[in-house]
Design a protein around this ligand. Structure first.
Ligand SMILES: Cc1cc2nc3c(=O)[nH]c(=O)nc-3n(C[C@H](O)[C@H](O)[C@H](O)COP(=O)(O)O)c2cc1C
Length: 393
């Protein structure tokens, strides 16, 4: 998504300035070409030399360039970019942008650009909560600037509150969203992810090896393409991004997942069933820890009961227009077993894979759809994009 995208990064003099260096590295790693502009004050905190070294381009600071350089750098730089990213953005810079002041390179380039603008404020929590700063941010939002809310935590000044620069992964996700076609805008996507966990006693559990990576890939892709996403998540090895329009509800057992999915399904356009649920649960969960037997070789019989068939229940409630994608994990005769499951199910797409794909970034998948099936080798993000393309959005 960021490959060959030209990003103009405006850096102002916040204590979080050092994080902009890592941000450049992450953007470049994703294939973006990053051109840095710094405020004069920012150059007092970190030398432009370092930004030049990391970005691979000369850094622009002066509006009135020296003889022999671009005579109007604010126009040249801002009009040839795909995205203007202001990170970190000081209260001062935000104030200038909100009133249309153009007294330095970044604020002038802001007025001159047609590219989408992403703003990541960073400041002391009192400054951030100040009504003037809040009003300025609201004004910028109103004219279409996307603002990545600062995070909550301990600030460089020692106080605790909202103000530190948002997580870099979150900033990256917003940047990608601004450069992605919003073909899922207005759609509600429900995703089940991760693994369910059934308690045997207060300490022992039954579960499986699912990592949640598949559900995360679908959730991120749906978010990037503009959908409103609800994730019902069991246990996972991944972290969900904290962004608006991506809500995550954690559940533990298959029964809890069943209740949550059935609650949200009626109002969704698409349901991606990516969770690996326990098909069976102990008949009874013991209230105290099951003691180890003193008799050597003693066998502990654990009695299991069948869990609700979530997909089956969802299919009973499916209304026309609602799309369902499910996954099948097979260890034997993958194609034959998955095809049988698909033919008898009534779902729109079934993606079959083998256990080797669990926890991996990529793998081989068989996609079953009406009158067609195909084998693909993709990473989980590419697979999720392909499925959303196919869903005909
Ligand atoms: C060490 C240091 C850290 C600062 N950190 C911040 C900050 O995180 N956020 C902020 O809005 N201002 C911060 N300031 C104040 C700004 O640097 C000051 O308002 C400056 O005028 C902003 O100029 P600029 O927006 O042109 O970079 C800091 C100042 C200093 C000296």
């Amino acid at each position: 998504m960021l490959t060959n995208k030209k990003i103009l990064l405006g850096v102002s003099s916040s204590v979080a300035i050092y994080k902009a260096l890592e941000l450049i590295r992450l953007l470049k790693k994703q294939g973006a070409d990053v051109q840095v502009m710094m405020t004069l004050n920012a150059t007092k905190l970190i030398s432009p030399q370092l930004f030049q070294a990391i970005s691979g381009h000369p850094v622009q600071v002066e509006l009135f360039a020296a003889h022999g350089h671009d005579s109007m750098p604010h126009l040249i730089s801002s009009q040839q970019v795909d995205l203007m990213l202001l990170a970190p953005a000081t209260a001062n810079l935000i104030g200038k942008l909100a009133i249309g002041l153009a007294d330095d390179l970044i604020s002038t380039a802001f007025l001159a650009t047609k590219a989408p603008v992403l703003l990541a404020p960073a400041m002391n929590d009192q400054m951030y909560q100040h009504p003037i700063v809040q009003e300025n941010i609201a004004k910028l939002r109103l004219i279409g600037v996307t603002v990545v809310e600062p995070g909550l935590g301990f600030l460089a000044c020692g106080s605790y509150g909202w103000g530190h620069l948002a997580n870099l992964e979150t900033i990256l996700l917003y940047a990608k969203k601004l450069l992605t076609i919003q073909d899922l805008k207005g759609k509600k996507v429900l995703i089940s992810a991760g693994r369910t966990v059934e308690s045997i006693d207060p300490v022992r559990i039954l579960t499986n090896r699912s990592s949640g990576k598949m559900g995360l890939a679908f959730a991120k892709t749906a978010f990037l393409r503009g959908a409103k996403v609800i994730v019902i998540s069991g246990a996972v090895e991944i972290k969900y991004p904290e962004v608006p329009n991506l809500e995550v509800f954690f559940v533990e057992s298959t029964q809890e997942m069943n209740v949550a999915i059935l609650k949200y399904f009626p109002k969704t356009d698409m349901f991606i069933s990516a969770a690996a649920v326990c098909d069976y649960a102990p008949v009874q969960t013991l209230l105290s820890k099951h003691k180890k037997s003193k008799n050597k070789g003693m066998i502990w019989n654990l009695f299991l009961k069948e869990n609700p068939n979530i997909l089956g229940k969802v299919l009973q409630k499916k209304k026309s227009g609602q799309k369902i994608v499910a996954f099948a994990l097979e260890t034997d005769e993958v194609f034959k077993n998955a095809k049988k499951k698909f033919m008898s199910s009534g779902i729109d797409y079934l993606v079959a894979n083998e256990p080797g794909v669990i926890g991996q970034e990529q793998g081989q998948f068989i996609i079953f759809e009406k009158n067609h099936n195909e084998i693909v080798f993709l990473d989980k993000f590419a697979l999720s994009s392909l499925i959303f393309d196919r869903l005909g959005v």
